[in-house]
Write a protein that binds this ligand. Structure first.
Ligand code: ACO
Length: 432
């Protein structure tokens, strides 16, 4: 809290509200509006929550204009270059970088939980073979709440810790099982001698009848993508996890809600939508036609993978991933794939187009992530699932932060009601 205050005056009644200003450690200050309703009898109106800080948080900081992203204060560029996904998970959950011993302990705690209960594995048989993997993942994650009653007291820190290890360990196994179910292939059990991302690739691509060698460049690319996607402060899916969790719902239910929120094409579903869009555009010659459609407000077509609610200059993750994208394509010998060529041409043309330049619409992380996933052989329907695996770490960190806050309140937004005013019920026989 600072000494600074805003005073809001209702000119009709001369009633006043004093609104204190609260400062963060960095970034814009916020006006605390808690007195607004008590003193003036009004609420605020902020559709899409674009201007509303719904919580205080110490996890991730974003400056959309400067293109800054910090996890617990550490710039994403440094973490992408020097860290690993497991280390970032530790950092996001436990606030500090681990010592070697702490990291080993944390990693082995995660490894300990990678297997799924066999009964849980049988749930997949209830899904049709062409079920979307996000549908299977959100359902199976929610159903985990039926398995771990003994460690689901949300106010017990040890229970919360076990939940965190369990969900981070099991979500790749669930994701891979969803993929195998779609293919009609046998589930592949986790290999605890492999690191997190290599194990993920093994469970996705290995088959029991022949040996499978993990490609180190694929594992490295996955680790980088997971670092970049691990958290992004109060985005739609994280806010969903917080809102669901604020009711006291069990954490598996809250994470499942986050998976569902992530699925939408305006959020995590964008990486899948990018590849669908590239296929729809088809050839470089068609780019101008689709750019015109993206600018036409009467068309629902948007350039997927472009624009961001917060980053209005550039997405720092996109910068990092763009480099990796070129490296992966070159190393895997896929640079001549027409879709990848199309992606690079689209990027080049849109970055020069007045409409996109004036609205500060730049390629976001998802423009490139789909291209990388595709190059390493991950099918399009699995892209958002891969995002969900990485973001699980952020969701858990935010859920933990919220539950351990003694001031936690149920999330309950208000509304501006514009419907019918009070009227009397008419019997059905008297209605025209
Ligand atoms: N293609 C064409 N026009 C666009 C696009 C786009 N991808 N994105 C925004 N615009 C236009 C809007 O029509 C609007 O134009 P106007 O000022 O003439 O009315 C202007 O740019 C501002 O757009 P908003 O919709 O107000 O931006 P908002 O912050 O609400 O939306 C969003 C951000 C949802 C990401 C949007 O840019 C979008 O739909 N992008 C495509 C989907 C996508 O890539 N999502 C991934 C986000 S990153 C992530 O989740 C990891």
């Amino acid at each position: 809290m600072t000494d600074k205050k805003f005073e809001l005056v209702d000119r009709a009644t001369e009633r006043k509200a004093q609104l204190p200003v609260r400062n963060g450690t960095i970034g814009p200050s916020v006006v605390d509006i808690s007195a607004l309703n008590k003193d003036l009898g009004v609420f605020t109106f902020d559709p899409g929550f674009g201007l509303t800080a719904a919580t205080e948080s110490r996890i991730t900081y974003i400056d959309g204009d400067a293109g800054t992203l910090l996890y617990r204060g550490f710039p994403i560029e440094q973490l992408a270059e020097k860290s690993s996904f497991m280390e970032c998970a530790y950092l996001l959950l436990l606030s500090e970088l681990p010592s070697r011993k702490q990291l080993e302990e944390f990693t082995s705690n995660i490894r300990y939980h990678t297997m799924l209960n066999e009964t849980l594995l049988r749930f997949f048989n209830g899904f049709h073979h062409n079920a979307h993997p996000m549908a299977m993942v959100s359902a199976v994650v929610a159903s985990m709440s039926a398995f771990y009653h003994d460690t689901m007291d949300i106010y017990n820190p040890r229970h919360r810790e076990i939940f965190a290890h369990r969900i981070i360990a099991k979500i790749p196994t669930i994701a891979a099982a969803a993929h195998k179910h779609s293919l009609g292939q046998p589930f592949v059990y986790p290999r605890n001698d492999l690191d997190y991302c290599s194990n993920m690739l093994h469970m996705l691509f290995a088959v029991p009848c022949e040996p499978y060698q993990v490609d180190p460049i694929a594992s490295q690319a996955l680790d980088l993508l997971f670092i970049l996607h691990a958290d992004h402060e109060q985005n739609a899916s994280t806010s969903t996890v917080r809102l669901a969790g604020s009711t006291g719902a069990n954490p598996y239910a809250a994470i499942s809600a986050g998976v569902s929120a992530l699925w939408g094409p305006a959020h995590g579903g964008a990486n899948e939508a990018v590849l669908a869009m590239l296929e729809q555009i088809g050839t470089v010659d068609n780019i101008p036609k689709y750019l015109d459609m993206a600018k036409d407000k009467s068309s629902h077509f948007r350039l997927m993978g472009f624009g961001h609610r917060v980053y209005k200059n550039f997405d720092p993750r996109a910068k990092i991933i763009r480099e990796m994208c070129h490296k992966v394509l070159a190393r895997l010998g896929r640079s001549d794939n027409p879709l990848f060529e199309l992606a690079l041409r689209l990027e080049e043309i849109a970055l020069k187009d007045e409409y996109f330049v004036s609205r500060k619409l730049y390629p976001n992380v998802d423009f490139y992530s789909g291209v990388i996933y595709s190059a390493i052989g991950i099918p399009r329907s699995m892209f958002t699932v891969m995002f969900a695996i990485a973001r699980t770490v952020g969701w858990v960190a935010h859920w933990q932060e919220m539950i351990s806050d003694p001031g936690m309140r149920i999330g309950r937004p208000r509304q501006l009601y514009t419907g019918a005013t009070k009227r009397d019920y008419t019997e059905i026989t008297k209605r025209s």
